[in-house]
Write a protein that binds this ligand. Structure first.
Ligand code: PMT
Length: 405
């Protein structure tokens, strides 16, 4: 998403300014070009030379430092940017931007910028919560700026509160989301989408459970892609180790039963249901309350398994007019045929079939290859791709066919 993009990184005065060295490197590693503008206060926390060395570009620190008579430097830079990130954004620069003040290099250049802008506030919690700052942030949002919420945690002042710079991967992801919004067709605008992800865990006793190889990566990619295409996304996840996608509402569950409850609670609020999760077909009839002790030699251990509810089938059979139910099918042979049977039996609108016998796709891999099956169309095979790119294609293909129906 960042490859080939020209990013203007505007740094203002705050202790988090030192993190901009690494942030610029993360942008560059993803293929972006970065130009930096720094306020006088920012230069107290990190030197322009550091940023120049990392970006291999001159850094703007003074409006009147005009070395090239052919251009007006700050306007030239403002025109050059495809996207702008203001980080850390101090209360001062937020106030100036909200008022349209241009009295030094950062505010002056920002006033000339005409591309999408991401504001990443980071400051003392009292400064952040001050009604003036909150008012200014509301104004910036109304003016079309993308504003991140700071993290809550230990502040440089020595106490905890809201105001920490969000983790760098979260800033990178938020920028990628902004890029997606301005470049990809927003085929899911206004749609509420709920997606399940990960393998369910069926308890045997307090320390053991039955699960499977699903990592949640495909479900998270489907969630990120839906968000990128304009949807309001809720993720029902068993996976707790994956980074929370920016702008997605995540609810954690463990068992199939919990997942069923979480999904059906959404029944009246959602337009589209996607079952990416690998749901265990069976659970233990009675969960032992104490750790099961090792049995006598040769005696073995019998587990009595009973069937779990089929969540996709429940959703398929209870969907209202206009709602869309999408399932996945993990198959190891005769993929299309088995997927078609699941489509009919579970009354889904679409089944996304993947071959999980392959090591390079499906479970626990970064890539996947799928065939989209529905009642109204011939199977549509999508080429192998990383899970996020593939998810964009899945959504675009399904929505194009749904509109054409
Ligand atoms: O998480 P990753 O590591 O990225 O792996 C991704 C994936 C391989 C798990 C994913 O791409 C996938 O195929 N998910 C569906 C896995 C699965 O359980 O398939 P299934 O053929 O057993 O089930 C068919 C459909 O019924 C699925 O949508 C499943 O969520 C649903 N189901 C199954 C059983 C059950 N009791 N309730 C259900 O809702």
């Amino acid at each position: 998403m960042l490859s080939g993009k020209k990013i203007g990184l505007f740094i203002t005065g705050g202790i988090a300014a030192y993190k901009m060295a690494e942030l610029s490197r993360q942008f560059i590693k993803k293929g972006a070009q970065v130009r930096v503008v720094m306020s006088k206060s920012a230069c107290e926390f990190i030197t322009p030379l550091t940023m120049q060395t990392l970006t291999k570009q001159p850094v703007l620190v003074d409006v009147f430092d005009e070395t090239d008579p052919q251009i007006v430097q700050h306007v030239h830079l403002a025109d050059w940017c495809d996207y702008v990130v203001v980080a850390p954004a101090s209360a001062n620069i937020i106030a100036k931007m909200a008022q349209g003040i241009a009295d030094e290099i950062v505010s002056t250049t920002l006033l000339a910028v005409h591309c999408p802008r991401l504001i990443v506030p980071a400051m003392n919690s009292n400064m952040y919560m001050n009604p003036a700052t909150q008012r200014n942030l509301v104004q910036l949002t109304a003016d079309g700026y993308e504003v991140m919420t700071p993290d809550t945690g230990f502040l440089a002042e020595g106490y905890s509160g809201i105001g920490r710079l969000p983790e760098l991967p979260a800033i990178v992801e938020h920028l990628e989301w902004l890029i997606a919004k301005s470049t990809l067709p927003q085929v899911l605008t206004g749609k509420n989408v709920v997606i399940s992800a990960g393998g369910t865990r069926e308890r045997i006793d307090p320390v053991r459970y039955i699960t499977n190889d699903s990592t949640g990566k495909m479900g998270y990619a489907m969630a990120r892609a839906a968000r990128n295409l304009g949807a309001n996304v809720t993720l029902i996840s068993t996976a707790t180790q994956l980074p929370i996608p920016q702008g997605v509402d995540v609810h954690y569950v463990a068992s199939a039963q919990e997942m069923l409850e979480a999904m059906t609670q959404q029944l009246t609020q959602q337009d589209i249901f996607v079952m990416t999760a690998a749901v265990s077909d069976y659970r233990v009839a009675e969960i032992a309350t104490q750790k099961i002790k090792k049995q006598a030699a040769q005696q073995g251990l019998q587990l009595n398994l009973i069937e779990n509810p089929d969540i996709l089938a429940y959703l398929g059979h209870h969907k209202q007019d206009g709602q869309l139910v999408i399932g996945f099918a993990a198959e190891t042979q005769d993929v299309e045929n088995y997927a078609k049977k699941k489509l009919t039996k579970k009354q889904a609108d679409w089944i996304i079939a993947n071959d999980v016998s392959r090591k390079d796709i499906g479970f626990n891999s970064d890539a996947n290859q799928v065939t989209l099956i529905s009642q109204h169309h011939e199977p549509i095979a999508l080429p192998m791709a990383d899970k996020l790119s593939l998810s964009h294609s899945i959504w675009q293909t399904i929505m194009a066919n749904e509109v054409a129906k």
